[in-house]
Design a protein around this ligand. Sequence first.
Ligand code: BT5
Length: 255
Amino acid sequence: MLIGRKVLVKDEVDSTNELAKALAQEGEPEGTVITARRQRAGRGRTGRSWESPEGGVYLSVILRPDLPAPDLTMLTVLSCLPVAQAIEECCHVVPRIKWPNDVRLRGSKVAGVLAEVCYRGGEPRFMVLGVGVNLNTDPALLRSPGAGSLRELCGKETDPDHFLNVLLFKLDDMYQRFRRGERDVPLYERYSESIGQEVELCLGDQRVRGKGMHLEYDGSLVLRSEDGMIYRATSVHEVFPLEQGQVRFETGNVH
Ligand code: BT5
């Protein structure tokens, strides 16, 4: 096992991703995991924040994958799969993956993935893969619209140590196979609420309705619009599932 060979457990940090990046800069080897019980300044994508009260699981993994950039974005997208599988195994529910980086249960976001790649001379030097899961979080402490706590949604607490072990095992398995060139795309698609589904793509001010078709080799999502046009969504775009014919807009998330 590579991921989780060494696990640093912290009580409170600003962000496990920030700490992991600092350690990786100093030469910390691949596979080291940093976890914290709380984060003072947990981060999401593009400057967004990640609420990190006690009860959640917050971790970052240092990876040195030696892979080209398109593979790294694919790796990021596929990292939602072990998160969803760990939730399924430990909480006995089947969550869905909302492309590119959300894990949701019954429409509520219960986990998110944030991957950050550090480049030197145009080449990836290391990657930090951060995962936040609202495992036993008091729902009253989650203020983000659409956020959900697994404790509330499942009606019970889950042993966080067991959950962490299962998650690290599944992340490790996915990563080792990814490095051998294996891509669990069919399995990913079974958990996806974006592929094979009616979705809406936000392209700046433009909104396009269509069907999520498949993942590209670089993790981007291919959509076919209602008028037959093909679009490729990259991770800066937002794609929302259309539920019961309803359009879901989340203000502030459009880029
Ligand atoms: C993410 O970003 O979903 C990535 C979250 C990654 C968090 C982990 S925790 C360990 C590691 N260390 C860090 O500092 N970060 C990583 P994004 O797709 O940009 O979603 C952010 C948005 O989700 C926010 O703007 C809120 O709307 C919402 N949000 C914030 N906190 C949430 C929470 N705890 N649960 C559900 N939704 C949340």
